[in-house]
Design a protein around this ligand. Structure first.
Ligand code: SF4
Length: 427
């Protein structure tokens, strides 16, 4: 079994948190549509937004040549309040046209954005009205992916949270696994739990609406992503109970996450060890290869993806790195606490951002690797710092044992690249 006691000096759960509020460098919450539309195969995401939103989606997702797209943008031109009634009528007409043409759509998400004309539209009311019109074949929900108030991973959180109130009630004792994972990773997770005898499992989001996900007072849920604060709160309101656990990143995190679920369902140690021994060994070996380039290196996290705390735990404990600062847009004790317990004391933990002050700190620290958003990466590279785009972490399968080596590799590659460039420059 892993030794999951905090390292000498204690973990970071009770460490002072630096909270600064100022200009933030964040990416738009609409981005979540890119991975959510792949996951939910009968869903359509209709962004109610501007041309900028349409361009963002198109450039982030690329153009789908062989498949019908499952997202689009209803572009709203500038309107005064008197034009709002027309906007609703227009939206109803567009939705009717879309659903008539695409009977494969079973869930439609109206996704709000940040232009002021969109903020004036009551999308909740529109979703309610459209649900009544198109039920029972199509369920219409709404959430905001606005770039003003969200970090980019909050888009997924808002989407899943919007689904919780309409989930069916159940009195069954079931495990609900929450967070959109690539299918291949999800299958690995279900296989590990199935081998332990845990198979009364529901998923949020499910791949299709027909795979009915339900929730009730006997539901216990585990998060597979650390950015699901709103969804966590919505599930608690439905009476479900959270299984706190470190996130399933790396060999240690995956084992701790599985252990927490296994304990909840009374799996004995012998079964747990028999199921996990081989994949754990594979994960350790794969991590060790990448960790050669990470050992002894320092890392600085800007707050961006909300994955920062569990990743810092993984990189410090399993890859030998030293964290200088671990910034997160939000810190939820119930969600991040187990990872903070394991994160060795030392780094500055920060929540929120005043980007100028944080840039001063990274320049002073000159870490070997800086994890940050797209907008900061190029300027920092120009100053000689090596960077990693946080957004890559949500587009790459990184959870559970079989991906642990790839996760470490995402961080070792830029460091290796830099050392190769240095050698070549010296020749
Ligand atoms: S929601 Fe706002 S930040 Fe996002 S693409 Fe649209 S205009 Fe830009």
């Amino acid at each position: 079994m892993n030794d999951l006691t905090p390292t000498p000096g204690g973990g970071c759960r009770s460490a002072p948190v630096l909270k600064q509020r100022g200009q933030r460098e964040v990416f738009c919450g609409l981005t979540g549509i890119i991975w959510l539309h792949r996951k939910m195969q009968d869903a359509f995401f209709l962004v109610v937004g501007s041309r900028t939103c349409a361009h963002l989606l198109q450039s982030a997702a690329g153009v789908m040549i062989f498949a019908e797209p499952r997202f689009g943008t209803a572009i709203l031109e500038e309107q005064d309040l008197a034009g709002m009634k027309d906007a609703h009528t227009e939206l109803d007409r567009e939705v009717a046209r879309l659903l008539q043409r695409r009977p494969d759509i079973r869930q439609l998400f109206l996704v709000g954005s940040c232009p002021s004309e969109v903020i004036k539209i009551d999308l909740a009311r529109a979703a309610e009205r459209l649900s009544q019109v198109h039920a029972p074949h199509v369920r219409v929900l709404n959430y905001s992916g606005s770039g003003i108030e969200t970090t980019f991973t909050e888009g997924e959180d808002a989407c899943l949270a919007s689904m919780v109130p309409v989930l069916k009630d159940t009195a069954a004792r079931e495990l609900l696994l929450v967070g959109a994972l690539p299918d291949v990773v999800e299958d690995q997770m279900l296989s590990l739990l199935g081998q332990m005898g845990i198979d009364n499992i529901r998923l949020l989001p499910a791949r299709r609406i027909d795979e009915t996900t339900a929730v009730g007072a006997n539901t216990v849920f585990a998060l597979t992503q650390p950015f699901l604060g709103e969804t966590h709160a919505a599930l608690m309101r439905r009476g479900a109970r959270h299984i706190p656990a470190p996130m399933p990143f790396g060999e240690e995190g995956t084992t701790a996450w599985l252990r927490a679920v296994a304990t909840e369902f009374g799996v004995d140690d012998a079964t747990f060890d028999a199921v996990t021994a081989a994949p754990r060994a594979r994960a350790r070996k794969a991590i060790a290869q990448a960790a050669e380039h990470l050992n002894g290196k320092s890392i600085f996290f800007f707050p961006d993806s909300q994955l920062e705390i569990p990743l810092a735990r993984f990189l410090t404990r399993e890859c030998g790195m030293t964290a200088v600062e671990v910034g997160s847009p939000y810190i939820h004790d119930a969600i991040h606490g187990p990872d903070l317990d394991l994160l060795p004391a030392g780094p500055q933990i920060s929540e929120g951002q005043d980007v100028d002050l944080q840039l001063d700190r990274v320049r002073a620290a000159r870490p070997d690797l800086t994890v940050c958003g797209l907008g900061l990466a190029n300027p920092l590279e120009a100053e000689g710092l090596t960077t990693k785009w946080a957004i890559e972490l949500v587009f790459t399968p990184v959870h559970f044992y079989e991906q642990a080596g790839d996760l470490a590799g995402l961080f070792s590659r830029p460091i290796r690249r830099k050392s190769v460039l240095r050698v070549e420059a010296a020749e």
